[in-house]
Design a protein around this ligand. Structure first.
Ligand code: NAI
Ligand code: MG
Length: 376
């Protein structure tokens, strides 16, 4: 018997809401590209929280570990109390705590680099201007999203801070349940890793500059560490300029002169915020792709969430997802397929016939995907 094994094993996590719609669109183009892959479906999201008390069941984690990479739709998350209320009756009162599967996967598989390209494709009526071509590198596992948080504030933590930092004195008398602390944790290793990725990308694609976006004048220790490491690493890339911009000013410059910037690098929260801003100036969530990259695994997902109000209507723009597929192909080393896909997406945007509602059109998610597939 002749058993053929596909070249790639890809975890296929559709998730919730429009995550399912756009993953179906992804399949349309992947099939048209005839990628030699096996797509292995996995269970993740709200349904599994409600029925099993775990939005990321162990079997799904195992699946991820047995594949080359993952394509991910989107999931629904809800605040703590609401999440508890929606649990199946037999699971309530057991102390189960909801956590976001995507944040968990990033930490579990050490997907330290979040990369978000934001490019203006000619003819997109939602472009802020047509000459924007930014790529944001966001540190994905530490910083303010490390999850080291305190509320109510334990006495031992307060005492240790009082003993070690004079500025804590002003909070000495605040009752434990009236004060909350979220730690912004940077490691030298984490800073170097993300900055290195940004410079390597700039080198590979001939980008002229890397801008590190922090706030070292105020957040001296953490942002200070990032800037120090960025300067050190920049020394190895004399052909690429290092620019340093404070995050608040960056928000302003990105609205004023986005065409002046090329590669941006930032810690977790600043990168999160700046990348949303960048996404909006090139058409918004319908165009925002992202990659979560580790040393030997990667997960690819559009930036948008599950948009429950459009779930299952096949109405939303698949472009973000299809540009995400492009990132996956590139990471797999299928550069030629990646380029064909990007060219087809660009051609369909430029032509302007197949457009979803956000672009002022009436095409469905799958009609746009099929139009793109038709040009491959
Ligand atoms: P969202 O991104 O799901 O949707 C916000 C709005 O953006 C939508 O109502 C729609 O008008 C527009 N939109 C989003 N994707 C679009 C597309 N492909 N084409 C056209 N328009 C699009 O954000 P929201 O409403 O804040 O969150 C909904 C749920 O998604 C929440 O449960 C949230 O926790 C979750 N979420 C999940 C993420 C993930 O899976 N990584 C990321 C962000 C939110
Ligand atoms: Mg965000």
């Amino acid at each position: 018997m002749n058993v053929t094994v596909a070249k790639y094993r890809i975890a296929w996590l559709r998730g919730d809401g429009i995550g399912k719609d756009v993953m179906d669109a992804a399949r349309v183009v992947l099939d048209a590209l005839e990628l030699d892959a096996e797509y292995v479906p996995g269970e993740v999201g709200w349904e599994y929280w409600r029925t099993e008390g775990d939005a990321l069941p162990d079997r799904t984690v195992e699946l991820l570990k047995s594949t080359d990479c993952c394509l991910f739709g989107a999931i629904t998350s809800k605040p703590k109390q609401e999440a508890e209320r929606e649990l199946a009756p037999e699971l309530q009162g057991k102390g189960l705590v909801y956590f976001s599967p995507i944040v968990h996967i990033r930490q579990l598989l050490d997907l330290h680099t979040n990369m978000r390209p934001c490019k203006a494709y000619a003819g997109n009526p939602l472009n802020y201007r047509d000459d924007i071509d930014l790529v944001v590198f966001r540190e994905n596992t530490e910083g303010l999203y490390s999850g080291v948080e305190f509320y109510p504030l334990p006495d031992e933590v307060r005492d240790a801070l009082l003993k070690n930092h004079p500025k804590m004195a002003r909070f000495a008398g605040v009752p434990a349940d009236e004060i909350a602390i979220s730690c912004r944790i940077f490691t030298q290793h984490g800073c170097r890793r993300i900055v290195r990725q940004a410079f390597e990308y700039a080198k590979r694609f001939g980008r002229p500059s890397v801008t590190v976006v922090e706030k070292p004048n105020v957040i001296r220790e953490t942002s200070g560490m990032m800037i120090r490491e960025a300067r050190d690493i920049a020394g190895e890339y004399p052909e690429i300029e290092l620019w340093e911009t404070n995050v608040d000013a960056m928000a302003m410059w990105l609205v004023k002169n986005p065409q002046d910037y090329s590669v941006l690098v930032a810690s977790n929260m600043f990168g999160d915020i700046i990348s949303d801003l960048c996404a909006q100036i090139v058409g918004g969530l319908g165009f925002a792709s992202s990659a979560n990259i580790g040393d030997d695994y990667a997960l690819f997902e559009p930036t948008h969430g599950s948009a429950p109000k459009y779930a299952g209507q096949y109405k939303v723009n698949p472009t973000a997802m299809l540009l995400t597929v492009r990132l996956m192909l590139d990471w797999l080393g299928e550069g030629a397929l990646a380029e064909r896909l990007e060219n087809a997406i660009a051609a369909v945007i430029a032509e302007g016939k197949a457009r979803t509602y956000d672009m002022g059109g009436a095409s469905s998610t799958l009609e746009v995907a099929e139009e793109i597939a038709g040009r491959l």
